[in-house]
Design a protein around this ligand. Structure first.
Ligand code: 6LW
Length: 514
């Protein structure tokens, strides 16, 4: 039983809590240890899991879905895949319920340890919707509460917030779904979470849609299955129509800290550009303090911390396998990395796909900072490959090198353009770089639409004593709002022909003052 009391206004960790595309966070606490799981969509490994003991420093400790078959994302359309996990600890086990959208459906995973191994995933029968939550009452009855958005069939239908009693060991619903309180009437009631706090049951949901109207609303009851009474102050959190630097705040989850305070984690975006219209990193994880008054949560607006120090990460693949932060598209990294060439090199072997493909030979990491650069040294003596800054197969900027040429390429929806140069020098190794930086306005002060983007993406090749820029592109076309992907930028290495050995990859990033 948790209590809604506790000292008010705890020290709040800095935001973004987990930068880069890490949407739909769910948090749970076991003693002094905190864990967060987030959505991963078409990327594998799927459903990243983070751990912290101080709520400020978070470490990626693994993923729920690391084995073939746990998720079925091999052919999912963009936006499909692992949506909105709920992470809980009950009866000595970790539980993760999630929707493998347009894949296996809604699933229950369990593990003895958060680092895994996690179970294969049990399909929940009788749960037709998304955003499942799992909760137990004091008698051990298990409730799965979810958003009744029906993805199967032609026209999407929404049945509001639904609930069933569930046998969590078999995944069998034990009754027909019942409709619960579904918010204040805003569109898309979803992301339900059920809490027993101080003898009262709370049902917290997202509504308004995950865009700028995103909100969190809450209701309470003396029973886990209602009827629920909505909070008079709903929505208890929203950034809609405000000038806050963190927008789209919603899809929240509550946690009572070890010292009795309360926090809410949620997704948010950091839009940039002249009209603050474009979010290159997509939906990230943020946190805000919560206090209680008259049995209702009072949620602080989400604040953005002052930018921290620049981050520099160098990966020479000497460990023999890419670290857990590396992801591949609709296939696991182990399928993409054919083998290791000379010690400390990563070998990518093309298979006829390229970055326009659903399943490219690509291995990437999330962009986590507002300004970032991605640099790599590749041996392209036996193939063609390079660096890609990807939103999805229809929105990506690439720079690649092959025998004798270097090419920059922009894919924006149905449009594609490329810029080609003879490759400087004739060494087998080539340096390539993609960097994102501020939009430069003309010195004569004449602005134009092209200067309204979130950043400029520069594609360059090393020349031995410097860099030669092949293209400088508007970053809006690789942002969440234009790509309409649920994800955010992922930058990494790919092979388009033959075999490419990657000697090292280097990430630099920093945030900018608002
Ligand atoms: C998630 C749902 C949503 O399941 O998008 O827009 C889905 N809202 O809550 C993927 O993030």
């Amino acid at each position: 039983m948790t209590t809604a009391s506790g000292p008010n206004r705890p020290a709040t960790p800095d935001n973004p809590l987990i930068p880069g595309f890490h949407p739909d966070p769910s948090i749970c606490r076991v003693g002094d240890d905190y864990y967060i799981a987030v959505s991963s969509f078409e990327y594998l490994p799927g459903i990243p899991l983070f751990h912290s003991r101080d709520l400020s420093d978070w470490t990626l400790i693994g993923h729920v879905a690391e084995r073939p078959g746990q998720l079925d994302v091999g052919q999912v359309p963009t936006m499909g895949g692992a949506w909105a996990p709920t992470l809980r600890h009950h009866d000595g086990r970790f539980w993760c319920v999630v929707t493998d959208a347009m894949g296996r459906g809604s699933l229950i995973f369990t593990a003895e340890r958060p680092e895994g191994p996690w179970s294969d995933g049990t399909v929940m029968r009788g749960v037709d919707g998304i955003d499942p939550d799992i909760a137990w009452d004091e008698d051990g009855t298990c409730y799965v509460t979810y958003s009744g958005l029906l993805l199967s069939g032609g026209v999407p239908t929404h049945l509001g917030i639904q609930q069933v009693r569930m046998d969590p060991e078999t995944g069998q619903a034990l009754q027909e779904p019942r409709s619960l309180w579904s918010g204040t009437g805003l569109m898309f009631p979803e992301a339900p979470h059920l809490y027993s706090i101080d003898g009262t049951w709370y049902l917290m949901i997202a509504e308004g849609g995950t865009e700028r109207g995103h909100s969190v609303s809450i209701a309470r009851s003396d029973r886990p299955d209602g009827p629920f009474e909505g909070c008079p102050a709903n929505p208890v959190l929203s950034a809609r129509s405000t000038d806050r630097p963190v927008q789209n705040t919603g899809h929240g989850d509550l946690v009572r800290t070890a010292d009795g305070c309360w926090l809410m984690v949620m997704l948010g975006m950091r839009p940039r550009g002249m009209a603050r219209a474009f979010s290159p990193m997509g939906r990230e994880t943020f946190v805000t303090p919560v206090r209680w008054a008259d049995g209702w949560p009072v949620v602080e607006p989400v604040r953005l911390a002052e930018p921290g120090p620049a981050v520099s990460r160098h990966e020479d693949f000497a460990a023999g396998v890419p670290g857990p932060e590396w992801v591949a598209v609709r296939r696991s990294p182990s399928e993409v990395v054919s083998s290791y060439g000379r010690p400390g090199a990563l070998r990518l072997r093309a298979d006829g796909s390229d970055m326009d493909s659903l399943r490219p030979v690509f291995l990437g990491v999330r962009q986590e900072h507002e300004e970032a650069s991605f640099t790599a040294e590749l041996d392209v003596s036996s193939g063609t490959g390079g660096l890609s800054l990807r939103m999805d197969e229809l929105h990506h900027y690439d720079i690649e090198a092959g025998p004798g040429t270097v090419r920059a390429r922009a894919r924006v929806g149905p449009l594609s353009q490329s810029w080609e140069l003879p490759r400087p020098g004739d060494a087998s190794a080539v340096l390539l770089r993609i960097s994102t930086g501020p939009v430069t306005f003309p010195s004569d002060g004449r602005g134009s639409l092209e200067h309204g983007g979130p950043d400029t993406v520069r594609l360059s090749v090393g020349t031995g004593d410097g860099w030669q820029e092949l293209a400088a592109l508007d970053g809006r076309y690789v942002s969440a709002e234009i790509a309409a992907s649920f994800t955010g930028r992922v930058a990494g290495l790919y092979a388009a022909d033959g075999t490419v050995n990657v000697r090292w990859f280097h990430y630099e990033g920093h945030d900018t003052k608002r």
